[in-house]
Design a protein around this ligand. Structure first.
Ligand SMILES: [Zn+2]
Length: 252
């Protein structure tokens, strides 16, 4: 017995399986994160008509049986983001962002209908972003996503003693604690300036996708260190972005 449903989805990962199939991990609007078997996806490029490429919003028809892995019956592209493809830096940041989604959304979490639109909004903003605004956008998205998935770092009160940091003032962030830590409790290695810290707190709410000069690379570095620590391994996406930047900067 299986039933079929149609949902908006984003491709998070695709792994070859056997000679002709793929197992794809999707972030879906109706089911959250699911892994489904895409039969024939390797054997025929026409089978899913380009819908199993990364960085596109797709409409997926999935059949969920009793077993662990459902089946992808059909998929079509609803919205592509061609503006990403001309920029290695943007592709690298999109890959890093989708990796954060894949690692922070658990497969059996209740679906959160805000996740797919948030990722789509990010891809739209990234597509039109100027090069100097990319880090700030990446940081805004990472903070918003962590807030939506219940992994938000605590940027307002000391993670050890609970004392609030004075509003608008700099604070020391500790990636292992996942919080700012006050001087009396030993502080943390990542200094977040006052305006940056305020902007990071705001980005956990709804105001994450507007360009904001306060969201600097210090904040992105702190969040990447936090993710690395809590995901217990280094995210490949961050490395990819670093490598791409090294190449593109040397070419400028
Ligand atoms: Zn403290």
């Amino acid at each position: 017995m299986s039933r079929t449903e149609t949902t908006a989805a984003l491709l998070l990962r695709s792994v070859d399986y056997g000679d002709s199939d793929r197992i794809v991990t999707l972030l879906t609007e109706s089911r959250g994160k699911v892994a489904v078997m895409a039969r024939g996806a390797r054997a025929s490029k026409k089978r899913f008509a380009g819908a199993l490429e990364p960085y596109a919003l797709i409409e997926a028809e999935i059949a969920l049986g009793r077993g662990d892995v459902g089946r992808l019956a059909q998929a079509r592209v609803v919205r592509a983001f061609p503006g990403l493809l001309g920029s290695l830096e943007k592709i690298g940041v999109a890959a890093a962002a989708l990796e954060i989604v894949r690692e922070t959304v658990a497969e059996h979490d209740a679906p959160d209908e805000r996740l797919v639109p948030t990722v789509v909004r990010f891809l739209e903003r990234l597509e039109e972003s100027t090069p100097d605004a990319i880090d700030g956008l990446h940081l805004g998205f990472a903070l918003r996503l962590l807030a939506l998935t219940g992994h938000a770092p605590n940027l307002e009160v000391c993670g050890r003693c609970g004392r609030p940091a004075p509003e608008g003032k700099a604070a020391l962030f500790s990636p292992p604690v996942g919080a700012i830590v006050c001087q009396a409790c030993g502080g943390g290695p990542r200094k977040l300036g006052g305006p940056l810290r305020m902007a990071m707190i705001e980005a956990q709410g709804r105001v994450w996708d507007q360009p904001d000069e306060r969201r600097t690379s210090d904040g992105l570095g702190a969040i990447e260190a936090f993710l690395e620590y809590h995901l217990s391994r280094r995210l490949a996406g961050g490395d990819l972005v670093t490598q791409v930047r090294a190449v593109t900067r040397s070419e400028r």
